[in-house]
Write a protein that binds this ligand. Sequence first.
Ligand code: ADP
Length: 645
Amino acid sequence: MSKKQFKAESKKLLDLMINSIYTNREIFLRELISNGSDALDKLYYKSLQSGDSGIKKKDFFIELIPDKDLRTLTIRDNGIGMTKDELETNLGTIAKSGSQIFKSEEISDTSESTDSKAKKAIDIIGQFGVGFYSSFMVSDLVTVTSKAFNSDEIYKWVSSGADGYTVEEIPLNASASSFHKMKSGTEIVLHLKDDKDGENYSTYLEDYTLRELVRKYSDYIRYPIKLGDDTLNTMEPIWKRQKSKVKDEDYNDYYKSKFGDFMDPVRVIRTSVEGVSSFTSLMFIPGHVPFDYYSKDFEKGLTLYSSGVMIMEKCPDLLPDYFNFVQGLVDSQDLSLNISRETLQQNRQLKNIEKNLEKKIKRELEDFLKNDREGYEKFFGNFGRQLKYGLYDDFGIHKDTLQDLVLFYSSSEKKLVTLAEYVERMKDDQKFIYYASGESVDKIDLLPQTEYIKSKGYEILYLTDEVDEFVIQMAQDYKDKQFMSVLSEDMSQDETEEDKAKLAKAEEENKELLDYIKESLGDKVAEVKLSPRLTGSAATITNKGEISLEMEKVLRSMPMADSNQFQAERILELNPDHEVLSIMKKAFYESKAANTDDDKEGSGLSKVSRYANLLYNQALLISGLPIDNPVEFAREINALITENK
Ligand code: ADP
């Protein structure tokens, strides 16, 4: 019997399958079971067409038979079977899906090394499968015996891989195998490779492995998958059952077993969509943060099924990043098993599904917020940061989706509030949505600037999360109300004409002093001015420009080459009514009148300069910013204490 060669492309793919180091070998079982299921579908269709009443769907099965002695795993179905010709053309030529892999852009880029091409090919295979050929990832000898429907002949196809295959006829009575009793069907015997290089092929002979793989990949195949007397698959997906027949408990149990969680989900979202892309989806919002959520290992995505057959465990394209905490699945009959076949079109389809799911999740969260505030706050504690990242991401284009889902702490309500609630409470004369950032609610509460705004009766949002201020800056406004940091100099926009006139007058009166202080501080500050809003404190730091003091703190904490480029433009604001200012003014004019520099002390600075530095440093400390030279600061204070001894 002469050996026949595989077609060129088939051979290439086979080489990849056999030789690559590849971790996802287990999908071969899904592929073979799915082929068996297709063969049963075809037989059923034929029986319907021909009116053959001898064929009964209830007799259909797929069977797994591990044999440890022979080191073989057999996958058998009583589907439509294959003739000699079909064996040759179907298994001798690679399926269209496979050749498509080589035509796909990623692989045909000639600038890449063969190695990285192989890697990519394998990645695609891993995600979508390439049918029968995956057998060679786990076996060194594959025997396919098949009896076509309405034929009495049995043929055997044998191949040990890339060097070709043989096909021979088996006499009907040649074997005692129960296979021969079947009207039609196919039996695939995989002789498993030896365990080596850390690869454990023997595991596919173990009942528990087979059970697990069927549960993982093929649970919802509509024909029984048998192992001995057991049926391994449930056959009816929970998301296909009538809604009224599924209890909350069922969803919870399903979620926990499928997604390996110990806690019930806080929300279950089930939807069915008919249309351009028809699909069913079942999604869950976990009750806690997965242990690897903030690590690189965390993979977002929903499990993707095509008519009940799993084609991808974590399909990332189905979820936007800001909803990456959602777990679940999508089942669509519009997706083919070999999704790479029509990559482009499929992608569009996935995009449609994603858009749809995004809306569903958003609506569910809104409902959650409205009807179970306590539960939502807990959820927000777990995943709120992700929503905030989403608001900030992509230059804020997801604002409409997310702005009503975020919560901030309110100075007046003393709890988390939504932006809508804030705006609802705004006073008639209030132009801005005020916010203040800081390390903690307590610390923000003590800032001189917040005192002032609170004294005017306005509510302030306290931003304590590092991302918060970036988010607010990106969003800019909410329902046409601009956000305004109480720590920013732009705050002056909010003053009355009367206040402004008063302040302008005071600035005029103190101009010489203020200029002198600015000169003393040099580049440390962009401006020195009087503040209308300091009550108790003598001085404070505000900022102008894009980067706020709070952002500067965050940026400083990042491992960047030159964090100094992210310095906020600082403004030293002084309290015109504070005694410190009048004392400084007095000292300034005294030394001016004396027209001497003999006021200079050990540091070589005049008294007013030294005071200016002290005020600047205390303002930094109050704002939670580091001071340049703590030792000098301490020495200056000591000098003050000992001055009048
Ligand atoms: P695909 O399933 O994507 O077409 P495969 O390489 O898995 O590619 O299979 C090639 C063809 O071989 C199938 O289309 C089918 O016609 C035939 N085939 C494979 N397995 C079986 C089976 N168990 N019974 C009948 N025909 C089969």
